[in-house]
Write a protein that binds this ligand. Structure first.
Ligand SMILES: C[S@@+](CC[C@H](N)C(=O)[O-])C[C@H]1O[C@@H](n2cnc3c(N)ncnc32)[C@H](O)[C@@H]1O
Length: 237
């Protein structure tokens, strides 16, 4: 559907009828060829920003097939990198892709729900890409608290997101329509598939991050064709 090596419509439908974790397990070997994988242009922004400050230890949350850890390895970063995900299938794919691209890598891929991580003062940088829409709104408090705890003092939580679009923007209505369809799907079908747009927008994220003690800076990363994309740099002060 997206790419000759990507999932068929039937495979996407099976994924949508599964739980979020099972859905990713089913999609794992095709994931690299879907638009859900963070594009390398975005990965590069996160990696370059991380490498401009302390970056000895890095945690990537919702690492999927390891797009971000592999981005660090491509820059020959000698950081100690841990990628966390709750889909076994995605992590298997991440390990395979990392091994085939980099003979000698020390990236550690850990099977864990981001809401259950208990790292303390361990990382210079935490990244997360493409996973925010898979959390319920009330779960952001736990997610952000876990990230704050995981960072060393002065450590940075780096991610890309968009401002909430105005109602005059057709993208707003497309996203709202998708979200309504997902709410209806989850009312009639069990297990739920948690995937929503308009989540962890610049405004929503900044408010939660400030409340948890982060200092927040927002920049325009100047990515072609993504004029409203914003880079959020939240520092644990
Ligand atoms: C759209 S993919 C993005 C993967 C990768 N970060 C990328 O950008 O290509 C979202 C990933 O987040 C993972 N994920 C979602 N919620 C999670 C949670 N609560 N804990 C751990 N992983 C989670 C999914 O399993 C999936 O691999």
């Amino acid at each position: 559907m997206f790419h000759p090596k990507g999932p068929s419509l039937f495979q996407l439908a099976r994924q949508a009828l599964s739980s979020t974790i099972d859905g990713y397990d089913l999609l794992a070997d095709k994931f690299e060829h879907t638009p859900f994988r963070t594009p390398d242009l975005f990965v590069d922004v996160l990696v370059e920003t991380a490498l401009r400050g302390a970056h000895e230890s890095i945690l990537d949350i919702g690492t999927g097939t390891g797009a971000i850890p592999r981005g660090f390895l491509r820059e020959r970063s000698d950081s100690k990198i841990i990628g966390v995900d709750y889909s076994k299938g995605m992590l298997e794919e991440a390990r395979n892709l990392t091994r085939s691209e980099f003979a000698d890598s020390s990236v550690e891929y850990v099977l864990k729900n981001a809401l259950d991580i208990d790292y303390e003062n361990q990382f210079d940088v935490v990244t997360c890409s493409g996973a925010f829409g898979h959390f319920e709104i009330h779960e952001y408090e736990q997610l952000v608290a876990n990230i704050f705890r995981a960072l060393k003092p002065g450590g940075r939580f780096l991610f890309l997101t968009y401002p909430k679009p105005t109602k005059a923007n057709p993208a707003y209505w497309v996203a709202r329509g998708f979200n309504i369809a997902m709410h209806v799907r989850n009312l009639v079908l069990d297990p739920p598939f948690i995937m929503f747009y308009l989540r962890f927008t610049v405004e929503q994220a900044a408010e939660i991050l400030w409340r948890h003690g982060f200092e927040v800076r927002v920049e325009d990363p100047d990515v072609k064709l993504h004029r409203s994309l914003r880079l959020v740099m939240a520092t644990k002060v």
